[in-house]
Design a binder for this molecule. Structure first.
Ligand code: HEM
Length: 139
């Protein structure tokens, strides 16, 4: 059962978070181009896959409770960082994309910086998931 939950967790991370990082990273560059026609599609990919991404913490928590590691520090740090990344996406990046599409000025460099921090948070969480510092349940 644990392996099944872990498979779903990792599958959800690849299928949902992958597209969001790629589409969100492309968005600031496209805003600087003359042809901004693909902005709504990139925004839509970010929004739809962000919702699908809810499956990642859901299966992650299920895996953690099945393994009995819910109190582990690496897991708690991962949960906090996942929450920060989700908040950054939902409260800053997606609204900024919306403003840009609606024609309200928003500096692309600032959006690029927010997106960079967002991508970095996922990278840190993935490393934590694999290294599991302080875990006594094996490498
Ligand atoms: C609330 C957030 C999360 C929770 C509770 C959670 C929980 C877990 C647990 C319990 C494991 C199993 C570790 C083990 O085998 O001992 C795991 C593995 C994994 N998680 Fe997460 N996770 C979360 C977020 C994420 C995110 C956001 C990503 C990717 C962006 C991710 C990617 C992975 C990967 C790739 C593994 C496999 C690591 C391995 O088995 O070597 N997780 N996660």
């Amino acid at each position: 059962m644990t392996k099944f939950l872990l498979s779903l967790h990792v599958l959800a991370a690849i299928v949902a978070i992958g597209p969001v990082t790629v589409a969100a990273s492309m968005f600031p560059a496209v805003t600087r181009r003359d042809d901004r026609g693909s902005l709504p599609l990139l925004h839509r990919i970010c929004r739809v896959y962000a919702l699908l991404g809810v499956a990642v913490p859901v299966f992650g928590l299920a895996t953690a409770s099945s393994l009995g590691v819910l109190g582990d520090i690496w897991l708690i740090v991962s949960i906090v960082l996942t929450g920060l990344a989700a908040a950054l996406l939902g409260l800053a990046i997606l609204p900024a994309q919306q403003r840009i599409i609606a024609g309200t000025p928003f500096p692309p460099a600032r959006l690029g910086m927010l997106t960079g921090v967002f991508n970095l948070l996922w990278a840190v969480v993935v490393v934590l998931m694999i290294i599991r510092p302080g875990s006594t349940t094996g490498a």
